[in-house]
Every structure is written in structure tokens, then in C-alpha cells.
Design a binder for this molecule. Sequence first.
Ligand SMILES: Cc1cc2nc3c(=O)[nH]c(=O)nc-3n(C[C@H](O)[C@H](O)[C@H](O)COP(=O)(O)OP(=O)(O)OC[C@H]3O[C@@H](n4cnc5c(N)ncnc54)[C@H](O)[C@@H]3O)c2cc1C
Length: 382
Amino acid sequence: MKYDIVVVGGRIGGSTASIFASKNGADVLMLEKNQEIGTPVQCAEATSSRTFKTLEMKPSSKYVCSEIKGADIYAPDGTHGHLEGGYAEGFILERKLFDKHLAIEAAKSGADIMVKTIVKDVLRKEGKVCGVVAKHMGRTMEIEADIVIAADGIESRVAQMAGLNTSQTTNSLCSCAQYEMVGLNTDPNYLKFHFGEKIAPKGYAWIFPKGDNVANVGVGVRSNTETAYHFLKKFTTNMDATPVELNIGGVPVLGPVKKTYTDGLLVVGDAAGQVEPFTGGGIHIAAHCGRVAGEIAAEGIEKEKNTSNFLKKYEKRWKNEIGKDIKDSLKYRKILDKLTDEEINILAKFLKEQDLESISKMSMLGLVKEYPQFLKLLKDLL
Ligand SMILES: Cc1cc2nc3c(=O)[nH]c(=O)nc-3n(C[C@H](O)[C@H](O)[C@H](O)COP(=O)(O)OP(=O)(O)OC[C@H]3O[C@@H](n4cnc5c(N)ncnc54)[C@H](O)[C@@H]3O)c2cc1C
């Protein structure tokens, strides 16, 4: 079997890459190890309109559960801030349906798809990746390709098989556990975030409403002592609601891997650590990088170029377009990681009194005068 491009992984990153590579004339095969695209879900399902802009799609009620107008943010002592509009606006998706919808779009664009097909190795010719070894229903097959796109998520092995260092550490990975719960009386248009060492160390707990008193309730933590599931059970103990689904998964939160291309291969999405480090949001970034990877790979096919020297265009482009957002988000993640609960409480009270749109250096200096420990934070921020 021979294709121009083989995409490994059939969710956001993989389907988006397949859509844009196919639309640009390449012959694409997308491989997904699970029997159904979109399941099991490992996501709280919140995203912004940026995702749809990237995909050149209008959000549809087929897979959007609720529209989000803002967010409520809680410090460990309960101090509560409210954000309306702007970055806090977006959608809660039904990812089982959304991911399937994207795969359908990929197929409509011309991509072939094989489910229940796991990639076991990469093929190489003179050191260059030239396809994959996959297993489908007990049958092992070699599939040749000029370019392989590894969109195989956090468990990614494909980029590592090609010699790239995409490994994550306990500190760079946020462990998440989430229930989809029924019977929760929460405002369907607002997200809730809870911070604090006892609630979710080096992460946060969330309540993301899906409408009809259904919500995703989860925690993301970086803890050496207790599991995310332990913190989830604690967080939901007094909630008068019933879980109908449990998701467990990891999110890379310390920034993208050093190199996202090599001869004959590109890495996309969680596999490349392309996630917003502060929020753990990866949907819009996997879509963005998936699109760039698909377009560059298709250009490579057209120009008969698939060496590192050509494919580095991918990294250059995604860094130019979204690298700064990821860097800024990492800065905030590192600041939050250093704050104690007490400091988060003080900061929350201070921010509550400010107009967040026009927060001034003078007011920050006022905070530092009263609490000198925030001087370091101010330096990191400016
Ligand atoms: C609990 C949790 C909550 C989250 N909440 C949010 C949120 O609210 N908003 C947000 O924006 N982001 C969220 N994220 C992050 C988001 O889910 C990911 O960033 C996003 O799904 C990344 O997409 P992807 O296509 O790169 O990888 P994935 O969605 O992980 O898809 C990878 C695919 O590759 C397949 N695969 C793996 N190995 C192979 C192989 N060898 N052969 C064939 N197929 C293979 C897998 O089966 C999978 O289908 C959350 C993550 C977790 C864990």
C-alpha cells in the first residue's frame, strides 16, 4: 500500500491535518487505533471560536452542547471573580460527535480512513521515515508514505520511533480525572474554575456545563502523593449529582517539545506538547497545528520535498502563528505553580477590585508595596 501522506491518530490533530492535506491535493490515509473515532473521550470539551475559524466551519448544534459567555473563578478561600466575554467565551462540545464529524469531513475531502488500526513502527529508507507498520484486525501491514504525520496524542510513540524526543515527565504532565455528572444545578452558560493546593495541586478543578443539568466535573493535578481520581472524588463528594462517565488522561503543560519535524515526519497536537500550559486547552491548538501540518505536507508532496530542510517550514509557521500565545501561557503557568494558597487568595482579592481590562502598573506596584513577595511575580509578568 502506498499513500502520499499517512496520518497517525484520528482525532482533532489527525483529522484536521487530513482535511487540509486532502483539500490541497494530497492522497491521504488516516489511521486510528480505536474502533470508533472520538471515543473514549479524554477532554472537558471546552473550546473557543478560534477552533472554528481555523477549521473554516460554523459551530453546529449537532455537536455543540452549550454556548459559554464567561467564567467564575474561585480562590482557595472562596474569593470569587467573574469574567464575562472575551477569552472566557466559547463552546462546550460533545467531543464524541465533534471528533467523528471532523473525521467525516476528512473523508469527504478525500482522505481514506482505517479504524481499529494501530501503528506499531515507522518504516525507514536511508534514515528517512517512509511509512508505517500497522496492525489491523490481527494483520500486520507495511504502508509506504512520503510524509507521516504523527497526531497520536499524549501516548505518542510514532515521533519517538522516528527519533524525536517527545517524552513527557511527571512534572510536565498534568494528570486529569473527570466525571460527566447528571443533576448538577449549574448555570449552563458559565464555566467554573477552582484553584488551591487541597483541591487540585499545581492545576485546577473545573465544572463545565453541557446543558440540561449535565456537566463535566474534573480535576487536573501534578502531585507525587495522590492521584487525580483521589482529588476528583474529594471535589465531588458533596455534589448531589450522578456520574455517567469517567475520563482519565494526561495533558502536557510545560510547553511544546523541542523539535516537531524530522526527515519524512511531522508531529502535531498533544503528541508535540502543543497545549496551552496555563489552561491545558489543546483543542484549538491541535486544530491550528494540524491545519499547518496538513498544508505544509501537501506542499511538500506537490514539490516532491520531504526532507527535514523542507519540513522545518511547519515548525517555523506554527511558531510564528501561535508560538507567542503558548509562551505567554507558559509564563502564567510557571507563576501560578510558584504561588501558595495564601498568595492566590491575596491575588484574587486584589484582582477582584480591579478592572481587569485596564489593570495598571501603578495598581500592581500598590500590591507589591503591601505584599513584597509579589515583586518576583511582577518581574516575571512584565
Ligand atoms: C481530562 C482532560 C480534559 C481536557 N479538557 C480540555 C478542554 O476542555 N479544552 C481543550 O481545548 N482541551 C482539553 N484537553 C486537551 C485536549 O483533549 C487535547 O489537547 C486534544 O484532544 C489533542 O488532540 P490530538 O488530536 O492532538 O490528540 P488526541 O485527542 O489524544 O488523539 C490522538 C489519537 O491518536 C490515536 N492513537 C494513539 N496512538 C496510536 C497508534 N499507535 N496508532 C493509531 N492511532 C493511535 C488515539 O487513539 C487518539 O484517537 C483535555 C485533556 C484531558 C486529558
